[in-house]
Design a protein around this ligand. Structure first.
Ligand SMILES: Cc1cc2nc3c(=O)[nH]c(=O)nc-3n(C[C@H](O)[C@H](O)[C@H](O)COP(=O)(O)OP(=O)(O)OC[C@H]3O[C@@H](n4cnc5c(N)ncnc54)[C@H](O)[C@@H]3O)c2cc1C
Length: 292
């Protein structure tokens, strides 16, 4: 078991990993490639570069330095986060692997925004969910839908299929990332609105078709910061992960840093919070396991 798994290899994740590694912890960084820096073509407000640097260069430099320090880095898309059976650590899962650690730093960037579908935001918590593992229980023997067209949507659908009477996939006009399994009824049209006033009663598609159902699980793209945090009961505030000044969440051993915690979405803030999270993880592991 690792001391710590950092999810994310942007400025926050690599900073956390650097401080934890240099303090002697066993650490693995899991990431699914470049995050927000991908679209930052001209960075000229970050300390230490005489010329403009691109986000891609900065990201590659961060990864190179982490490798030089001997940090174990895995490229994989994280879809699940759970406490282990003994409740002493975490199980981080992707489509193909499970990784275990005593602590986790979520440095997964800004949370995804929900799709702009009429009524979706109004019915949050009243039939609209972002976490199958948290809420599947409420939909025992009911018809539910997952909005999404990627591997993460399929993993949420699989979690629901053990409990729900029927799981429908709604790609909301997105081309599926892979062929969707035939066991799920699938609709590729855009969703025009969610039907229901007090609770979700169904969805209306752009072609006018109405589907009766009780729950909608939003799982667009990859699992984002708040989706992963919710899976282990971490508190969310303003669509960001809530932390204290040490970047600790309310879940012991779970830390968060960078754009994932909201506020100023800048590299300097992500690097600072990653540094603090790395130092806090070191303190947590040493106190708990008298290591190092
Ligand atoms: C267009 C644009 C321009 C910008 N320009 C500037 C600028 O000039 N100056 C500045 O200071 N800031 C700028 N920013 C902001 C800056 O890019 C971010 O604040 C910074 O990258 C946040 O770092 P982070 O480590 O928190 O997240 P990110 O850099 O977004 O990294 C997130 C990491 O998490 C990983 N991840 C996410 N989900 C998963 C998953 N499910 N499984 C595995 N890995 C996952 C991603 O692969 C990635 O490695 C800009 C942002 C944009 C979009």
């Amino acid at each position: 078991m690792n001391d710590v798994i950092v999810i994310g290899a942007g400025p926050a994740g690599i900073s956390a990993a650097t401080y934890a590694k240099r303090a002697g912890l066993d650490i693995t960084v899991i990431h699914s490639g470049i995050g927000a820096l991908k679209n930052a073509t001209r960075i000229e407000n970050y300390y230490g570069f005489p010329d403009v640097i691109s986000g891609t260069e900065l990201y590659e430099n961060g990864l190179s330095n982490a490798r030089r320090l001997g940090i174990h880095i895995i490229e994989d898309e994280v879809m699940g986060l759970l406490m282990n059976d003994a409740m002493t650590g975490f199980v981080v899962s992707s489509g193909k692997e499970k990784y275990e650690a005593h602590s986790v730093v979520l440095a997964t960037g800004a949370s995804h925004k929900s799709p702009q579908i009429k009524n979706l935001a109004d019915l949050e918590g009243r039939g609209v969910s972002h976490c199958a593992v948290c809420d599947a229980f409420f939909y025992r023997q009911k018809v539910v839908a997952v909005i999404g067209a990627g591997e993460y949507a399929l993993s949420e659908a699989a979690a629901l299929s053990h409990v729900a009477q029927k799981v429908i996939l709604l790609t909301n006009g997105e081309p599926p990332a892979q062929s969707l399994p035939p066991e799920y009824e699938t609709h590729a049209e855009k969703i025009s609105s969610i039907i229901g006033s007090d609770r979700v009663n169904g969805v209306r598609l752009a072609n006018g078709k109405e589907i009766e159902l009780s729950g909608i699980f939003v799982a667009i793209g990859t699992a984002g910061s708040t989706e992963l945090a919710r899976k282990v009961g971490a508190l969310i505030q303003n669509n960001s992960i809530k932390t204290d000044n040490e970047m600790a969440t309310n879940v012991p051993g779970l830390f968060a840093a960078g754009d994932a915690t909201g506020g100023l979405l800048q590299i300097s803030k992500a690097a600072y919070e990653g540094t603090q999270a790395g130092l806090s993880v070191v303190k947590y592991i040493r106190n708990r396991f008298t290591k190092g």
